[in-house]
Design a protein around this ligand. Structure first.
Ligand SMILES: [Zn+2]
Length: 649
């Protein structure tokens, strides 16, 4: 195995040959502010708590069965139980790199790696479900077995552990499985010529190529991408549901696809894999397809929160503009996949719009997937819960729960929280780009040398941000600073002297021969914004939503005066909005507005009727003052109704 020095690298470490507009910062660490708080919650509560859940749910027990260290029955019938353990291991690795994992977490991770080593078969095979629950069926159920998807998460965890600690123990295990896959699949006689029902192996194999320098992995990733879309998997059928081959993106070759379709996480993981292959091969048709599909998704299939996937039944993208608020599926994993894809497309193209959607999704669709305490989660992230909603207690209910029977989302959040520092700053030969204003220390390479930055930002609550140069090459280097689309006016100063801010294509560029101690002060305008949806989004027609900075806001029942129902609240489009602290949610800034409550109508035997004459205006109703809270903070008080979109007058 070729070992490459990768100290400080995050989930993506491009090779020297990569066709990238930008390369991720060579090292990154979040040091303060909003996201530091969330990383601490992840390090102290979310990730340690998952250890207990992985035992309770049976994931560790199942690996013990495969290793022969435990006896009993295989627990849970999902074939991808191992992936929750892999994602947790990946999270612990990034926490270790950030200096945020305590000894106990480190010891537990080492114990799991030892268990995986004991469970792995001599030929490299490792998957507890097919070793224990379905022996003899190895690679026989590629459609639903998630074997290569599971291997993908094993590889990602191994790469993370290697980059974070230099320890190759898990990497050796992952390489054993990757080599088995490489020699088992292909178009050659005697090999299995089929793809996995759930993409994910593609990004993993590219990252393994980047880590080891072994071209076989890149070639095998290309094979899996190229063989999809030829109907090899057939229609996704699991009686009584028939989803069609688009469910797993097997209906059209990737390069010819025109719209995002099917299972949202599958679609986005596949696109991320294609973006990775483009980055390492320069295959322009892959990039063109990725950009075309992303544009289609952003323009017609994305919620205000950045969440994607509107169908519950098949966890899939809906038709264009089919974005129901209360039936939004918006799986947390799909938000994570969108962020991972957006970062890759930004690296490939340098376009600000990819970072723009990453930011929106981070603060809203992603962050809303966990409670403020970091110990309960939501799998689905709708934009509305009605008055009178009866919680089902099930995994797909908007109410947060401790763990899921299908627990893909929580450990996926853990690994993104722990690696978030790697999604903020990037560089090319002559410039360093700040794409997310996340308080931290970043080192980025240019042709002139290394630039080290300290970013300190008051986002998302205020727009004040300072970028201090800690170390700089002697030759001039440009700072490219993303101007968020939400920013309404901005001020820029260099070493205390105002400079004109003339954004171009979403960036302001300041080129200078920097010296340690120089600083750039940015002040983004963060007024309250009332936003509307395209009229084709039926669920939001004639409605408005509140935004401020990168945050989307919502109302909950708890924010209304006693006796008023959220479903009766109407907002005036010219209503003054005041920024206020939120009662009952310490540290949370909300938006206070005055609306009116439609007069309580008598329950009608029939809720339909003729259109009232023009001269008969809607009764005014009582004036109501309510404070909207950040969408991510929903569901942390007593259960009740919640709305992002409100009817407007
Ligand atoms: Zn999930």
């Amino acid at each position: 195995m070729t070992s490459v020095d990768a100290a400080g690298a995050g989930p993506i470490r491009l090779t020297g040959d990569a066709r990238a507009a930008y390369r991720p910062a060579s090292s990154a660490r979040i040091t303060a502010g909003f996201w530091r708080h969330w990383q601490q919650v992840n390090a102290s509560t979310t990730t340690p708590g998952a250890w207990e859940q992985l035992h309770r749910a049976g994931n560790v027990h199942d690996l013990g069965l495969a290793a022969g260290t435990t006896s009993g029955q295989y627990r849970n019938d999902h074939p991808f139980m191992d992936t929750d353990v892999y994602k947790w291991l990946e999270a612990v690795s990034w926490l270790t790199q950030a200096g945020m994992a305590d000894d106990e977490l480190g010891d537990r991770a080492a114990a799991v790696v030892a268990l995986l080593g004991a469970a792995q078969e001599d030929d490299g095979y490792l998957n507890s479900y097919f070793q224990v629950a379905q022996p003899g069926a190895r690679f026989a159920d590629l459609r639903w077995g998630h074997e290569l998807y599971s291997a993908g998460h094993l590889i990602q965890a191994a790469v993370a552990r290697f980059r974070a600690t230099g320890n190759a123990d898990l990497l050796r295990i992952a390489v054993g499985m990757a080599d088995l896959i490489d020699r088992s699949f292909g178009t050659e006689p005697g090999r299995i010529d089929l793809v996995d029902g759930h993409p994910g192996i593609e990004t993993a194999l590219v990252e393994l190529y980047r880590t080891t320098g072994d071209h076989r992995y890149l070639g095998r990733a290309e094979y899996f991408l190229d063989r999809r879309g030829h109907g090899l998997l057939g229609p996704a059928r699991r009686p009584p549901d028939t989803f069609g081959p688009q469910y797993w993106q097997d209906h059209v070759p990737f390069r010819d696809a025109g719209t995002v379709q099917g299972h949202a996480v599958r679609q986005l993981y596949l696109m991320a894999g294609a973006a990775d292959i483009y980055l390492e091969t320069g295959d322009e048709r892959l990039l063109a397809a990725c950009e075309r599909l992303w544009e289609d998704m952003a323009a017609t299939k994305t919620y205000l929160t950045g969440g994607v996937g509107s169908h519950h039944l098949d966890e899939a993208f809906g038709d264009p503009y089919e974005l129901p608020a209360e039936r939004a599926y918006c799986e947390t994993c799909a938000a994570i996949a969108s962020i991972q894809l957006g970062w890759r497309l930004f690296l490939a193209t340098g376009r600000a719009r990819y970072a723009e959607l990453v930011e929106r999704t981070l603060y809203n669709g992603f962050l809303g997937g966990v409670s403020l305490g970091g110990d309960t989660f939501s799998y689905v992230n709708p934009l509305q819960v009605r008055d009178g909603h009866h919680p089902t207690g099930g995994d797909m209910d908007p109410a947060r729960v401790r763990w899921f029977r299908c627990a893909c989302c929580p450990p996926n959040m853990m690994r993104l929280f722990a690696s978030l520092q790697h999604y903020a700053v990037a560089s090319d030969s002559s410039a360093v780009a700040v794409t997310q204003y996340i308080s931290g220390r970043y080192r980025a390479e240019t042709a002139e040398g290394e630039l080290e930055l300290a970013v300190r930002s008051a986002l998302p609550w205020h727009g004040e941000t300072e970028i201090r140069i800690e170390q700089a090459p002697s030759a001039p280097v440009a700072l490219r600073l993303r101007v968020p689309a939400w920013s309404d006016g901005m001020a820029v100063g260099v070493n205390g002297v105002p400079v004109p801010a003339c954004p171009q294509d979403g960036w302001i560029v300041i080129a200078a021969a920097w010296a340690a101690g120089d600083s750039v002060a940015l002040s983004f305008g963060t007024p309250v914004r009332l936003v509307r949806a395209d009229p084709r989004v039926d669920a939001a027609r004639d409605a408005v939503a509140l935004e401020r900075g990168p945050l989307v806001f919502c109302f909950e029942s708890a924010d209304l005066p006693v006796g008023h129902r959220l479903d009766d609240l109407v907002l005036a489009q010219d209503a003054p909005a005041l920024v206020r602290q939120v009662a009952g949610l310490p540290g949370m800034t909300g938006i206070q507005v005055t609306g009116r409550s439609r007069p309580g109508r008598r329950p009608l035997w029939w809720p339909y009727g003729p259109i009232p004459p023009q001269e008969e205006p809607d009764p005014a109703g009582a004036t109501v003052t309510a404070t909207a809270i950040p969408y991510f903070a929903r569901g942390n008080r007593q259960p009740g109704a919640m709305r992002v979109w409100l009817p407007s007058s």
